[in-house]
Ligand binder design. Structure first.
Ligand SMILES: NC(=O)c1ccc[n+]([C@@H]2O[C@H](COP(=O)([O-])OP(=O)(O)OC[C@H]3O[C@@H](n4cnc5c(N)ncnc54)[C@H](OP(=O)(O)O)[C@@H]3O)[C@@H](O)[C@H]2O)c1
Length: 283
């Protein structure tokens, strides 16, 4: 059995790869730049090129693959339907697809369409409908936290049921290892409680030992600052869009699917901050 881990370099893919590695399960990491991945990770992992914008890469990426951990990547010109058609043709046995919590209410996002496509093509699936990643705090929110000691995002006072991508990867591992229990099912995975960004800033302050503030910018303030900083406008709009439901109080729902699947409690956000604190400390 070989699993193709798409988005290997991303916040979720790397955690799935680590779990599979720990369990000695055979897998290939799908990346756009194989040489770069080899330089970064050495020979611990096998890599294959996959660019969802380039269908010429699909055949080789799927060679010898039985199962896929599948993400829909950020960015445009993604040939996802073509990829899924080939997944079907190759009779891939199981696709664990990273979707998003509340997808059923969001018909305008890619995941809504992608879930429908996977079902329509009769591809055996498990949907991991994920809450907001804790790991965003060291990813796109990381620079402002490290350099300016502030969480800078237009999320208002809304609470979010932050989830650790290590927990999402654990759920994905269970799906791969016990397909009979997970095939053609959707799991909605969140952390154990919802918190707002003020509470996150307070937790970071006490764990890092340095004041971190949540400045709660308006959308206008956020956008003009990010654009002046040189960020791509499409990306800035995506970040605003992701946090809009939070602002409206719609991101606070907590589920117990993680506990049901793994028989363990989700990682608390304080533990995530502790584990990753080096990321925000200044040299
Ligand atoms: N962030 C959240 O809170 C959250 C919550 C729920 C669901 N999600 C979903 O998670 C997925 C990943 O989102 P993210 O922003 O968090 O990702 P991310 O961690 O930034 O990872 C992006 C990954 O996508 C890969 N990628 C980009 N363009 C690609 C292409 N054309 N072909 C192949 N791979 C490509 C990158 O690979 P290379 O490095 O090899 O280029 C990288 O591994 C999205 O579908 C998102 O909706 C995110």
């Amino acid at each position: 059995m070989t699993i193709l881990v798409t988005g290997f370099n991303g916040k979720m893919g790397i955690e799935v790869a680590k779990k599979l590695h720990e369990q000695n399960l055979s897998f290939k990491g799908a990346v756009r730049n194989v040489e770069k991945a080899k330089r970064t990770y050495g020979n611990d992992f096998a890599f294959v090129k996959l660019d969802f914008s380039n269908r010429a890469t699909f055949e080789e990426a799927l060679e010898g693959v039985d199962k896929i951990f599948l993400i829909y990547p950020p960015g445009g010109k993604i040939e996802f339907y073509q990829f899924l058609k080939m997944v079907k043709e190759k009779r891939i046995k199981h696709v664990v697809y990273l979707s998003v919590k509340d997808v059923q209410f969001l018909p305008f996002i890619h995941h809504f369409k992608n879930e429908k496509l996977i079902k329509k093509l009769n591809i055996p699936y498990t949907f991991i409908r994920a809450g907001y990643f804790m790991q965003n705090l060291h990813d796109f929110l990381g620079e402002e936290i490290k350099e300016n000691r502030r969480i800078f995002v237009p999320a208002g006072k809304g609470k979010t049921s932050f989830v650790d991508t290590r927990d999402l990867a654990e759920a994905a591992l269970h799906a791969f290892e016990n397909p009979a229990d997970h095939t053609n099912k959707s799991h909605i995975i969140t952390g154990e409680k919802a918190v707002d960004f003020y509470e996150v800033a307070d937790l970071m302050t006490s764990i890092l030992g340095e004041r971190i503030e949540y400045t709660n910018p308006t959308v206008k303030e956020f956008k003009s600052y990010m654009l002046q900083k040189g960020e791509n406008e499409d990306f800035v709009n995506v970040v605003i869009g992701i946090h809009f439901p939070t602002k409206l109080g719609l991101a606070k729902g907590v589920t117990y699917d993680f506990e049901k699947i793994t028989k363990s409690k989700p990682t608390p956000i304080a533990r995530y901050i502790e584990d990753y604190k080096e990321r925000w400390l200044r040299e």
